[in-house]
Design a protein around this ligand. Structure first.
Ligand code: HEM
Length: 347
């Protein structure tokens, strides 16, 4: 694949960084110079080779470090992974989806051998070989959702569908942008989205729910979400707010390039075949401002988006107090030249 897995941390000494390759393939989420909420969904079909869209579940240089970080979060707080009893079948659906996708897309790292319901899963980077009986939880060390999401980057939630609504009733959530699975579990689509400003009034959630209720198996969709995080901390959870909330007060013109990170979530939505549930993988990508501005188009555009964003969005996303400083820092990299449409780098 032309890269090695980084030995890096997302806490304490924060040694996380992106290689040149990872910067070039970063999923920059702005296809124009401004931003407002919309029902931004498109088919999750394979994209450009080398891009994060090439495969169903992207595996990148941060894989092993992210899995180590997840394990640490779960040791401190097991409630980051929960599954209500009726969601077990959806967990098996998810396990099957991920194992089949990774074995197909990354055959040098992953393999899945099936003899009837007796399956053997091989994960070479994590040095795992596991033989188990599909749909028999007693043959795995964890429940099916927990088992596979301990080996897959990104957070995951599973939504049951009933009464024309979606209910968040299982999840593995250790890399979240300030929301809590333990708080949200059992809620419906509009309830868990209640804190989001402006989008309800614009009908974004009504339309998104209507679309999702009709989502078909085999036709996944994707969308972006984004925010900012001080330091490359994956676990910005409400549970840990005292650890990361105060760091927002420490930003200066001198440290901003190193400490301010754009945090992008590549979210995909999958109808699952047996359970009829919807799987919602939320894959988080981090890039520090110093790395981001090495791509001139992204530097110009980031400046304009941050400068012009609606204050309620900046407040909800947690960077209102630093917005002026961020704008001043980014302005150094914006010569006012026009930017091309779309998010790909220009050069
Ligand atoms: C069923 C899958 C989904 C789940 C589980 C989910 C979950 C969430 C959660 C937990 C939040 C944070 C709310 C908070 O502040 O506590 C959120 C935010 C949001 N969601 Fe969803 N969501 C889903 C699908 C969608 C879809 C399809 C859209 C499309 C319009 C959407 C749009 C948004 C927006 C715009 C935000 C605000 C994000 C920000 O500005 O940082 N969500 N979602």
């Amino acid at each position: 694949m032309g890269f090695e897995f980084n030995n890096e941390t997302f806490r304490n000494d924060f040694t996380f960084k992106n290689s040149e390759r990872a910067i070039r393939r970063f999923p920059f989420p702005f296809d124009r110079d401004d931003y407002m909420y919309s029902v931004n969904m498109e088919p999750h079909v394979p994209g450009r080779p080398g891009s994060v869209f090439e495969h169903a579940f992207d595996v990148d240089e941060h894989y092993l470090a992210e899995m180590r970080d997840r394990d640490l979060v779960l040791k401190e707080d097991p409630l980051r992974c929960q599954s209500l009893p009726h969601m077990e079948l959806a967990g098996w659906d998810l396990l099957e989806l991920i194992m089949e996708s990774k074995a197909r897309d990354y055959p040098h790292w992953f393999a899945l051998h099936k003899t009837g319901n007796r399956w053997t899963w091989i994960n070479r980077p994590m040095e795992i070989e596991q033989t188990f009986t599909f749909l028999d939880p007693s043959t795995l060390p964890y429940g099916p959702m927990e088992y596979i999401t301990r080996q897959t980057q990104g957070d995951f939630t599973l939504q049951d569908q009933r009464d024309d609504n979606l209910w968040i009733e299982a999840g593995m959530v250790t890399t979240q942008a300030d929301w809590s699975l333990d708080f949200d579990i059992g809620m419906g689509f509009h309830e868990w989205h209640a804190p989001v400003p402006l989008a309800h009034e614009k009908g974004v959630f009504d339309r998104a729910l209507k679309f999702l209720l009709k989502l078909q198996h085999g036709a996944p969709v994707r969308r972006f979400n984004w925010t900012h995080t001080v330091d490359p901390l994956l676990d910005t959870s409400p549970e840990n707010y005292p650890k990361w909330g105060p760091t927002r007060t420490e930003m200066t013109m001198e440290n901003l390039g190193q400490r301010m990170h754009l945090r992008v979530e590549l979210q995909t939505l999958w109808r699952l075949p047996r359970s009829n549930a919807i799987a919602f993988p939320i894959r988080c990508y981090l890039i520090k401002y110093d790395e981001l501005v090495t791509v001139p188009k992204w530097a110009r555009r980031m400046h304009r988006v941050v400068r012009d964003i609606h204050p309620e969005l900046a407040a909800y996303k947690g960077f209102l107090r630093n917005r002026d400083l961020m704008t001043a820092w980014l302005a150094q990299y914006d010569d006012g030249a026009p930017t091309s449409p779309g998010w790909w780098p220009e050069d």
